[in-house]
Every structure is written in structure tokens, then in C-alpha cells.
Write a protein that binds this ligand. Sequence first.
Ligand SMILES: Cc1ncc(COP(=O)(O)O)c(C=O)c1O
Length: 423
Amino acid sequence: MSAIRDAVKSGAYLQPLRAADIMHRPARVRANGQFSDRGPIASVDIDGRLIGMQANPLGNFLPVAEPDLSGAEFRNLMDAFLSTWISSTGDYIREFERHFAAWNGMAEGVAVSNGTVSLHLALAALGIGPGDEVIVPDLTFAATINTVIHVGATPVIIDVDPTTWCMSAEGFEQAITSKTRAVIPVHVFGRPAPMSEIAAVARRHGVYIIEDCAEAHGAQYDGKKVGKYSDVASFSFFANKIMTTGEGGICLTNSPEFAERLRMLRDHGMRPDRRYWHEEAGFNFRMTNMQAAIGCAQLERIHTFLNDRSSVMALYEEAFAGILGVRLPPALPSKCEPVTWFACVTVPAEKRSALIGACKDKAIDIRPFFNGLSAMPAYRKYARPCPVSYELSKTGINLPTSNKVTPGVVSVIAAVFREVLAG
Ligand SMILES: Cc1ncc(COP(=O)(O)O)c(C=O)c1O
């Protein structure tokens, strides 16, 4: 074992290595009861160094998202695994927190188990609870509002702006009441909300800002990365995100007091200087060293991921130009520097299911946008009219956005769109 550990750490395998050399073939059972022979395949470079492991469980199916794990991810993961530090203590966690915070220009990072609990932890650390109102946009994933409900506060849902698809500063200001304690702007699909303006309103009214940056790692507004406008910012590292740790999330803050509270609440409310002494009822929201190990490797290549994603969007822009019925996302104001999480288009609502079905027939996964929160039973009591979000939720499509999306794939998708929309 120690030979493998040393070799993995140095990256120095002398011979091409097969998965079977270090692990049993996984017993994958197909639906028909037969064993699949598609075990993991080790990738080695020309010197015989192990550089990654791949499986191909999806065959020719093109998913809407697929993480790129072709860098140091496997090596780091093996390193964490072989070190036996597989829970939430270990060098990778501090390294990941430090580097991700620094990449965003923030002082402190507190890594957690996913991007939902990072929102929950942010709200809890800011003391948001029963009797408080928190303003959220209608067009977002449910985690944004669920966490507000779970801390006992009342969500206030507002419509989004037709150009940015995010909340506007005006919409936010109009929804403020004497009970408003926090606002959660969401940078949906990588499109930054107008944060300087939102921050000015928040400051005027003494409202905390928790940016939900789950979909927008690296996006900027007014020359500043998203997250920097927050009291506590929240990110997700789910496998479909711009960078991943499998499951994972992080809270970023510039406040040493908030950082201390985030750390304590993440760890059951235990005082860091007094083991098993709990000042408050906290949570177990910790990230594992194995997740952080993957995160460190991902972070090394985040610029590549961002470039790759915007190149994919550029391919779609070119291929879709001139297809009647397809609308590309509106151009953003000049202060916005978006990133591409998912490439998006809108189409006539009555054609969307047929498009999704026709792509599925070609083993291509395209997805409808999120449903507007106020349209769903769980949130109806917080509902107010959100016509812009409603329209987007009926017409929006997320397109496959990964390294598998080549010009050839894009022309197949464009041909499907052309055919269905002409019919
Ligand atoms: C806007 C938004 N917020 C929060 C989350 C929650 O992140 P996670 O899936 O890591 O819990 C997501 C993830 O899909 C998201 O898109």
C-alpha cells in the first residue's frame, strides 16, 4: 500500500497501470441482470504515469452537463484516500478554502457539504430567523428559497428583469419592508445581477446581502467578481457546476466575525477552542477532505473551464443565428461580465416539449429552465405576479454545455431545432 501511496503522490508509475492492478472490477449490473464489462479505465501519459480514471456509463448519450475531471482530480483524490483523512479534517480542506477565497478576492472561505447548506449556513450565521423577511428572485433553483424557509424566515419572491434575468435593484427596493433582513440575488445561468446598485439599496436599508453564486463562478459586475458584494456569499460545486467537488459548497466572507460564526455553526455550534462545548445548536455541514481534494484540482483549471464553456456558447450562437423562433439571451449591460454555466436559448412555449423530445430521440439531453418559484405549490403562499420569470420558465432551454459539445454536435442540435421549429 505504501508503495502505491508514494507512487501516486509523486505521479511516478513506471508501467501503464490498469484499474485491475489496484482494485476489483466493480460489479455493475445492467437492467437485464448481466454484468457490464465497462469497469473504470486508467489513463496514463507517455511516461506511464497515471493521470486519471474514466468510466463511460452513458455510452453515446450526451448529458446536459458533464464534469471535466481530466486534471489532477484523481491523483488528489487518491492522495486524500490513501492518507486515510477522508472525513472533514485534512490538508485539502484548508487549501481549498484558502485558494477559492483568494481566487474570488475574499478573505475567508468556509467549505461545506453542498451549495444548499452554504445558503442555510449563511442565513444562520447572519442570525436570520422567524419574523424576518428575505427577498429572493422568482427565477432560481428551489434551494435559494428552501433555505429561507428552513431557518424559519419568510421569503419574499420578486420578479426578474427581462434583460439580465436576475433581480433588479428597483424590484428589490420596492419589496423592502420593516421586516426585511436579507436579500439573496442569484446570478442565474452565469448572468450577473446588478450588484453595485443592489448593494447601494441594501446599505441604505440596513439589509444583509447573500449572493447565490452557485451558477456564476468567476462572473463579474462593475469590475468586481460576484460574491464580493456580499456579507456572506454562497457557491455550489455540484457536478453540473462550472467547477465541482462532487457535492460541495462554500461560504465566502470578508468579515472575520462572520467567518468564525460560519465555522462554529458548520461544526455543531462547537467552540473551536473548547471541544464538546456548544454555545448554540449548530449543524454538521462539513465538506470532506476527498471533496476538497477534487476541488483543489478543479480550481487549478477553472480558467480553462470558463473558456471552454464560453466557446461552447459561441458555437451555439453561430449555429442558431437565423433559425426562426430561437432567441439567444439578451445582451447584458456593459457593467456585466457573465460566464456561461449552461448555454441557453428561448423558443416558442408551444414548441419546447417537441424540441426536448426530438433531441432525446437523438440521445441529446436538453432541459427546460427552472419553474418560477411562485408557480409551484410549495411556495404559493409567498407568490406574487412574476410575469417575466413566468415567460422565461415556459420558453427557456438549457443546452448541453461540456467538452463533449463539438461543432458537429452543435450542428446536429441546430438541425433538430430547425426541423421542429419549421413544423
Ligand atoms: C441557484 C442555485 N442555488 C443553490 C443551489 C444548490 O446547490 P447544491 O446543489 O450544491 O446544493 C443550486 C444548485 O443547483 C443553484 O443552481
